[in-house]
Design a protein around this ligand. Structure first.
Ligand code: UTP
Length: 289
C-alpha cells in the first residue's frame, strides 16, 4: 500500500522575469486569470486531489499570498453590510481551515531544487506533491488528481509530462522512457534543455510531481547546474538510481502563465469556459481582429 499524498509544496519565490514589470510588486502567481489569481485555480486543483496542507516557498515582498488566503474582515464586513452575498461567497471561496497553509522563506532564489529543499522540515518523512503554480492545467479529473491516482497505482515518484510543441523539445526538461505504452511509463532518465536533435523523447516535465522524501537528502548536497541554479531535475536524476520514477502523460491542457502569451491564452481560454462570459468574450475578440 502506498502512503497517501497529503502535502503539497508550492515554490513561488522565483523572480518572474518573463512577466515583469507586472510581477515586480505583485507576486507572479497572484496575477489574475479572468477574475481570480492564478493561485486560486491551483489551490482548487490541489484540494480536489486530496491535499490537506500547503507549503508555500516564498520570497521577500510576497506577503500578499498569505493575505489572499486569509480572512479580510474589512472587505467581508463591507460586502455583508451592502448585501452583496454573491461577491462575498466568491471572496471567501479560497479560504481553507486555519492551519492549512505554511509559508517558508527561500531567502535567495537559488533554483527550484533549492526551493523544494527549503520545505523539508514541514513535509517530513512522507511522499508529497510539488506544484509549479505558474502552470495552469485544465483536465478532468484535474492534473494533480491524475498524478495522485498514478502514485496509488505504481508508488515511487511520479512526474507529469506532456508532448512539447513540434521542434521545441530542446527548450524544456525532457524525460527518457523505458518503453512507451499507454500514458504511465517507467522513466530511465531526464535531461534539462537537451541539444536540438538529441532529445530522448518529445515529453516535457510540465509542473506536477509526486516525490518521495528521500529527494531532500539528495537536494541537500545537490550542486548548482544549468543557469547556476540548484535544479530539481538533477536531484531527481540522482534519486532515480535508487528509486522508481514514472512519467504520467496527463490528459488535459497546460497554460504557462509565467509567460506573457501563455498568460493571455489562459485568460481567453478560462473566460471562454465561463458560460456567463463566453459570448461577450467571443464578440470582444472578433471586434479586435
Ligand atoms: P520558473 O523559472 O518558471 O519561474 O521557475 P521564475 O524564475 O519565477 O520565472 P522567470 O524564468 O524568471 O520568468 C518555476 C517555479 O519555481 C519557482 C518559481 O517561482 C516558479 O513557480 N522558483 C524558481 C522558486 O520558488 N525559487 C527559485 O529559486 C526558482
Amino acid at each position: 500500500m502506498t502512503q497517501r499524498v497529503r502535502k503539497a509544496v508550492l515554490p513561488v519565490a522565483g523572480l518572474g522575469t518573463r512577466v515583469l514589470p507586472g510581477a515586480k510588486a505583485t507576486p507572479k502567481n497572484l496575477l489574475n486569470v479572468v477574475d481570480r489569481p492564478i493561485l486560486s485555480y491551483i489551490v482548487e486543483e490541489a484540494r480536489a486531489a486530496g491535499i490537506e496542507h500547503f507549503v508555500f516557498v516564498v520570497g521577500r515582498g510576497q506577503g500578499a499570498i498569505e493575505d489572499y488566503f486569509d480572512a479580510n474582515p474589512e472587505v467581508e464586513g463591507a460586502l455583508e453590510a451592502k448585501g452583496k452575498a454573491e461577491i462575498l461567497a466568491d471572496v471567501r471561496r479560497d479560504i481553507g481551515p486555519p492551519g492549512e497553509m505554511s509559508f517558508i522563506r527561500q531567502m535567495a532564489p537559488l533554483g527550484l531544487g533549492h526551493a523544494v529543499w527549503c520545505a523539508r522540515h514541514v513535509v517530513g518523512d512522507e511522499p508529497f506533491a510539488v506544484i509549479l503554480s505558474d502552470m495552469l492545467m485544465t483536465a478532468d479529473p484535474p492534473a494533480l488528481a491524475q498524478a495522485v491516482a498514478a502514485h496509488e497505482e505504481v508508488g515511487g515518484n511520479i512526474v507529469v509530462v506532456e508532448p512539447a510543441p513540434e521542434g521545441e523539445a530542446h527548450k524544456y526538461g525532457i524525460v527518457a522512457l523505458a518503453t512507451r505504452t499507454g500514458r504511465l511509463n517507467r522513466m530511465t532518465g531526464m535531461v534539462e534543455k537537451p541539444a536540438p536533435g538529441a532529445e530522448p523523447s518529445n515529453l516535457f516535465i510540465s509542473g506536477r510531481y509526486i516525490l518521495q522524501p528521500e529527494i531532500f537528502e539528495t537536494l541537500q548536497t545537490q550542486e548548482r547546474g544549468a543557469g547556476g541554479e540548484i535544479q530539481l531535475t538533477d536531484a531527481m536524476s540522482k534519486l532515480m538510481k535508487s528509486q522508481d520514477f514514472h512519467a504520467l502523460e496527463y490528459d488535459g491542457t497546460t497554460y504557462d502563465c509565467g509567460d506573457k502569451i501563455g498568460l493571455l491564452r489562459a485568460n481567453v481560454a478560462f473566460a471562454l469556459r465561463r458560460p456567463e462570459l463566453a459570448e461577450s468574450v467571443r464578440k470582444a475578440i472578433q471586434a479586435l481582429l
